[in-house]
Design a protein around this ligand. Structure first.
Ligand code: NAD
Ligand code: DAU
Length: 336
């Protein structure tokens, strides 16, 4: 394991879970967490983590100077920072192009200058667009359907170009939908769980038959650690997923039954423009080459996740009454 890591976006959902994961397993790894603290960045995501090995820098990935200084002082970069919500990208595409594409460019340039030993670029399975027939393979064409997915596809291929052109040791990951503790409640699972706890409607876009492959965030963190530690995989892309495909209606009924709530909380609302019917990835490459596979079953990890939100109202209630409330009222009032 590299001893000095720069993690970007470590105050977000997956980044904070990843920092917890690494600190709990490696007492000798220093982490610098660069995060702008957008609406999605929350210092509360790292509450209780008291380690002299962790340093937080509030800053912007598009800021050349800050990025250059931090990259110069680390061995490896794990780049999570991004604007991440598909619905918001429909309303504010420019923020996504700026952070997701230009921010990645600034980091790659600094990594090239300072000869970073490993650059793990966190991409997404959204870059494939629809998974028609078989789950998407790493070699499939990229057909992103939302401004978010297209920005991530741009960053994904830009990272690859730095490997091809400048020999920067880049590895790219494309993971499916994560769920677990500390996920901002704009995303489906924490939105449905917290709305159900509050006896509010669960807004289902369109028919509710769209499906995703759902992975527990701790499995994703383990996959990233495995990739960070792997030998000789420079320039490679790895899909990460669990194979647990469920529709939106499946998720709604599971959440409602776990919380003992009535099915009539389901409310059908207008569909999301460009809504991807199915995301699913083929994970043979990471399983066979690196020996990683998801360790948590969907049923038990979902049960734990529902319990976590039930037991941690002090984490999500302030979020839902702040910036989120305005967003929610606007977004769902207009239809998606
Ligand atoms: P998130 O929205 O919860 O967190 C994003 C973090 O990035 C926040 O802490 C935010 O403050 C920070 N950030 C945003 N813009 C920044 C900027 N300009 N400079 C510095 N920091 C900035 O996101 P997440 O769900 O944890 O996703 C993390 C990464 O994983 C993203 O790259 C996302 O595309 C990718 N991903 C997410 C999923 C998923 O299901 N959530 C699946 C596959 C890939
Ligand atoms: O596939 C990986 C991607 O998963 C990540 O790259 C993104 O950052 C992450 O946000 C997620 O994208 P999705 O669009 O799949 O996630 P979201 O939680 O927004 O929606 C999941 C599904 O639920 C999708 O089919 C839309 C539907 N949905 C979502 C919301 C918020 C609803 O039916 N109602 C809703 O209110």
């Amino acid at each position: 394991m590299y001893k000095r890591l720069l993690v970007t976006g470590g105050m977000g959902f997956i980044g904070s879970n990843f920092i917890r994961h690494i600190l709990s397993r490696h007492g000798d790894v220093e982490i610098v967490n660069l995060d702008k603290l957008t609406y999605a960045g929350n210092p509360g995501n790292l509450e209780g983590v008291e380690s002299k090995m962790l340093r937080f820098v509030k800053g912007e990935v598009c800021d050349r100077e800050v990025v250059d200084r931090l990259v110069s002082d680390c061995e490896a970069v794990v780049h999570f920072a991004a604007e991440t919500h598909v619905d918001r990208s429909i309303a504010y595409a420019g923020d996504f192009v700026s952070t997701d594409v230009f921010g990645t460019f600034i980091l790659l340039e600094a990594a090239r200058r300072h000869k970073t030993k490993r650059f793990v670029h966190i991409s997404t399975d959204e870059v494939y667009g629809e998974a028609v027939g078989s789950p998407s393979k790493e070699t499939d064409a990229l057909m992103p359907k939302s401004p978010y997915a297209a920005s991530k596809a741009g960053a994904d291929r830009l990272a690859f170009s730095y490997y091809c052109t400048y020999d920067l040791p880049v590895i790219i990951t494309r993971c499916t939908n994560n769920y677990g503790p500390y996920q901002y409640p704009e995303k489906l699972i924490p939105l449905f769980v917290t709305n159900a706890i509050e006896d509010k409607p669960l807004p289902v876009y369109g028919t509710g038959k769209n499906s995703r492959d759902w992975i527990f965030v701790k499995d994703h963190c383990q996959a990233i650690e495995t990739i960070l530690d792997s030998e000789g995989q420079e320039g490679e892309v790895f899909n990460i997923g669990s194979g647990e495909e469920r529709s939106i209606l499946d998720i709604a009924s599971l959440v409602l039954s776990a919380l003992g709530k009535d099915d009539d909380l389901v409310e059908f609302v207008p569909d999301r423009p460009g809504h991807v019917r199915r995301h699913a990835v083929d994970t043979r490459k990471i399983r066979e080459r690196l020996g990683w596979k998801a360790a948590h079953s969907f049923d038990s990890a979902m049960r734990k996740t529902v319990e976590w939100y039930r037991d941690n109202e002090k984490w999500w209630r302030p979020i839902k009454s702040g910036e989120f409330r305005k967003y929610y009222e606007q977004h769902y009032a207009q239809g998606s």
